[in-house]
Design a binder for this molecule. Structure first.
Ligand SMILES: Cc1cc2nc3c(=O)[nH]c(=O)nc-3n(C[C@H](O)[C@H](O)[C@H](O)COP(=O)(O)O)c2cc1C
Length: 308
């Protein structure tokens, strides 16, 4: 009998499907995701200070996905770490809870990590890739290998036994090189990819960009081939598990992600467009695929597109 359960970062996931950071933002929605049956939940990225986010509208649905410029709207680490702690206490036994952190300085990252370690998340994801904060901060920290490796190495000194995952952007010339720097810095895993772009959609009646911040990150089916390529390249460069995400909507997309090298798969924008019930369908469809192909363990699929 095929099983979806999988052990990654020495953490047991009942199934390999992760709710990516920011797809939902409220505690009640994260709770619904646990109940719907996601194998793991990544909370919305927390920053040092409270952030109201970018001007409205922040999100727009189009034929091939979403464009968003939420701008890391969150309560800030003081309130966020308490919220995360309570959530982990209540739901952590049902599904591993990953906490996502975003900072613009290494010192700030370390402060966030210090605050979150006592809450004992299943893992800490360092968002080295948010595209929607450029105006205020300049280029996100960690979009080049030197800084990315350094952040991970510093964080690893204070994260204890909690796995540290680096989340990378596709909007770079060499994602594999950045992933390798993170692995060399001691990262326990890589998440790829954050949104692509930035992109822009123009309202032709109003004759101006639809999104309040004019441009935003692109997610959903449009970016699947970019995500698969990124995971493939990262798998060639590192020996740590990859959480592959970006446009995954169907069981075929999921299998592609495993074959490219993912150990876990993020189910993001499709959750937003189809609702959380999608996870129930995808779990069954993956089990059916495994049965039809005589696969009992997901690990049999990881990286097979690379050949022997
Ligand atoms: C509305 C929205 C908000 C997001 N917020 C975050 C965030 O706070 N932190 C983060 O690391 N990624 C964030 N992301 C990126 C997703 O976690 C994911 O990497 C990306 O959407 C690609 O996966 P998908 O195509 O399955 O959605 C956000 C994406 C969307 C659509």
């Amino acid at each position: 009998m095929a099983t979806l359960a999988t052990n990654v970062f020495e953490v047991l996931f009942e199934n390999p499907f992760i709710l990516p950071s920011g797809i939902v933002t409220e505690t009640a929605e994260h709770k619904r995701a646990v109940e719907a049956g996601y194998g793991g939940i990544t909370l919305k990225s927390f920053t040092f200070e409270r952030r109201e986010g970018n001007p409205l509208p922040r999100l727009w649905k189009y034929d091939a996905g979403l464009i968003n410029s939420v701008g890391l709207r969150n309560a800030g680490i003081e309130e966020g770490s308490k919220e995360a702690g309570e959530f982990i206490k209540t739901y952590g036994a049902q599904a591993p809870i990953i906490v996502s952190l975003f900072a613009t300085k290494i010192k700030e990252f370390l402060y966030l990590v210090e605050k979150i370690v006592p809450q004992a998340p299943a893992a800490i994801e360092l968002n080295l890739s948010c595209p929607n904060v450029d105006d205020e901060f300049g280029k996100p920290l960690g979009m080049e290998k030197g800084a990315a490796g350094q952040i991970v190495a510093e964080v690893k000194k204070i994260s204890g036994s909690i796995p540290v995952i680096a989340k990378l952007s596709p909007n770079v010339t060499n994602i594999a090189e950045i992933a390798k720097a993170c692995a060399d810095g001691g990262a326990d895993g890589i998440t790829a990819i954050n949104t692509a772009g930035p992109g822009m959609i123009i309202d032709i009646k109003k004759r101006k960009p639809i999104i309040g911040a004019k441009m935003g990150g692109v997610s959903g089916p449009a970016i699947l081939p970019i995500a698969v390529r990124c995971v493939y390249e990262i798998y060639n460069a590192v020996n740590i598990p990859i959480i592959g995400m970006g446009g995954v909507s169907t069981v075929t997309d999921i299998v592609q992600m495993f074959m490219a090298g993912s150990a876990l798969v993020g189910i993001g924008t499709v959750t937003y467009t189809k609702g959380m019930k999608v996870i129930v369908e995808l779990k069954q469809q993956l089990l059916d695929y495994m049965d039809q192909n005589n696969i009992t363990d997901i690990k049999e699929l990881i990286g097979v597109a690379h050949g022997a």
